[in-house]
Design a binder for this molecule. Structure first.
Ligand SMILES: Cc1cc2nc3c(=O)[nH]c(=O)nc-3n(C[C@H](O)[C@H](O)[C@H](O)COP(=O)(O)OP(=O)(O)OC[C@H]3O[C@@H](n4cnc5c(N)ncnc54)[C@H](O)[C@@H]3O)c2cc1C
Length: 297
């Protein structure tokens, strides 16, 4: 389908994007890579009068590692640019691996990390990643700039805590502890599809193998990505043997109203998801054990 008519404004800076957004109010939308917004417009599910293209804004380019905030990705940076960055692959391999699971290379060449966060698709990898890492988004509006923690940012399917007139300026993806192990696993119908159910696991342990940190973020199962806190509590303080991992997985969906749809029923998502969590935890444990070994050596 063809796109409906719309006005187009190319913003040269974040300040200009915010000003144009304030001028047009809810009739305007920020345009990132357009990989979600343009199909939605073509399907007539959204009909903004003006698109504000931020992809060439000078102060929204680039990504860098910062001591306090971890990997900071500005709003115009594409998924592929971060995924293929050698320093990211070395210092934050979970991020690189997660980005590689987003759609197809063509999508990642245009789609932005911050656009995916702002879009807040409940089956998308990046919102779950931000939640698992305890990251934040940097937000700019006409009156103020603020930081919103991932736990407060995702408000529902395709719904965020962004207020009218606010632009996502960047994302902060904290680094993992040196001994932490990680895993991202998902079930999709075809390679590159959105997840029917997905999990990101992060485990850390002391020299005796006792779990000091456990984080699990589930996606594709509810209106927003969710931390599996009951499962995390089963793991913390325990020796990470197979029985503990299996018990944690049994609690992964506690307190979560899993949603079913024509792609997968509630029962399917819970059952397949539980097995996926076991595999993901085992992978994170293996990486953690190897890091603990090398830290001891
Ligand atoms: C065939 C296909 C397969 C895909 N598969 C996956 C997948 O498996 N996993 C996955 O996660 N994604 C997938 N996607 C979506 C893709 O990752 C998108 O690129 C991403 O969701 C949106 O990023 P974008 O930069 O293209 O945003 P856009 O499409 O430009 O914008 C999306 C929404 O976010 C808003 N927005 C964008 N940037 C900002 C900002 N800086 N501040 C405020 N609001 C902003 C827009 O106004 C719009 O509402 C797929 C897309 C396609 C077409």
């Amino acid at each position: 389908m063809k796109l409906p008519p719309f006005g187009y404004h190319r913003a040269e800076s974040l300040g200009e994007a915010v000003a144009v957004l304030a001028e047009h109010g809810p009739d305007a939308r920020v345009l990132g890579g357009g990989q979600s917004l343009l199909p939605v417009m073509a399907l007539r599910m959204s009909n903004p009068a003006v698109l504000i293209d931020i992809t060439t804004a000078k102060d929204l380019q680039g990504h860098a590692f910062r001591d306090a905030d971890g990997l900071v990705v500005s709003a115009a940076v594409t998924t592929r640019a971060v995924e293929t960055d050698a320093e990211t692959r070395r210092r934050h391999p979970l991020v690189a691996e997660c980005l590689a699971q987003v759609g197809h290379p063509e999508i990642r060449n245009r789609g932005t990390v911050c656009g995916s966060l702002a879009h807040a698709d409940p089956a998308a990898e990046l919102p779950a990643l931000l939640l698992a890492l305890g990251g934040s988004v940097r937000v700019a509006g006409a009156e103020r700039r603020r930081r919103i923690a991932a736990a407060d940012f995702f408000a529902g399917p395709y719904l965020t805590a962004l207020e009218e007139g606010e632009v996502v300026a960047g994302a902060e993806l904290p680094l993992l502890a040196r001994t932490a192990g990680w895993s991202i696993r998902e079930i999709t119908r075809r390679s590159g599809d959105f997840a029917l159910v997905g999990v990101i696991s992060i485990l850390d342990a002391d020299a005796d193998g006792r779990c000091t940190d456990a984080r699990l973020a589930l996606f594709g199962i509810a209106g927003t990505p969710r931390r599996a806190t009951a499962a995390e509590n089963v793991l913390k303080g325990q020796l990470l043997d197979d029985a503990v991992l299996a018990e944690a997985a049994e609690h992964a969906f506690d307190d979560i109203d899993v949603l079913g749809d024509l792609h997968g029923s509630v029962t399917y998502r819970r059952r397949a998801g539980t097995r996926l969590v076991v595999r993901s935890l085992a992978e994170a444990r293996a990486r953690c054990q190897s890091e603990v070994e090398s830290a001891r050596a």
